[in-house]
Write a protein that binds this ligand. Sequence first.
Ligand code: COA
Length: 144
Amino acid sequence: MIIEKADLNCADEIAVIESKVFKSNRSVNSIRRFLSDENNEIYIAKTDEKTVGYGSLNVILDEGYIIDIAVLEEYRRQKIATRILQEIIECAKRKSLKFLTLEVRESNKAAILLYSKFGFCKAGERKNYYSDPKENAILLTKTF
Ligand SMILES: CC(C)(COP(=O)(O)OP(=O)(O)OC[C@H]1O[C@@H](n2cnc3c(N)ncnc32)[C@H](O)[C@@H]1OP(=O)(O)O)[C@@H](O)C(=O)NCCC(=O)NCCS
């Protein structure tokens, strides 16, 4: 498995994973726009030439916002998200970011465990932040 920085050509594969994992309908064009912004990065995980996961990051000055990390269901528990998150953390260090932060559903134990392994701590909560189903968000932050 390899981790690569995504370019515009990766937008289609990212859109497929996003729609499968998050049931979202974000268009390929919207992902291309995201990738065209120099403040954004997406790292993709590839196995046998197939993109099986990605992690996306938005940087504002010296702050890093993880938008999401997603791995196709049939490829989970193989440390793919771990490798993607390691890459995002390396990127944060290269850019001298002060912190990385993200929101996650409070029921998403898998993600909370993943992030806590990398030193992300609960920094707050947003009530009813998510819909379908309505749920609180936990804010997780790692400071450098
Ligand atoms: C969360 C997610 C990205 C994890 O991907 P993954 O490649 O399976 O994760 P890894 O194999 O790197 O797991 C790393 C650690 O996370 C935790 N973890 C991952 N999946 C877990 C699960 N289903 N149950 C409990 N802990 C889990 C474990 O601590 C695991 O370490 P271990 O395997 O040594 O026990 C994946 O389940 C996913 O895509 N979920 C849907 C999208 C999502 O919720 N994204 C996160 C919010 S942005």
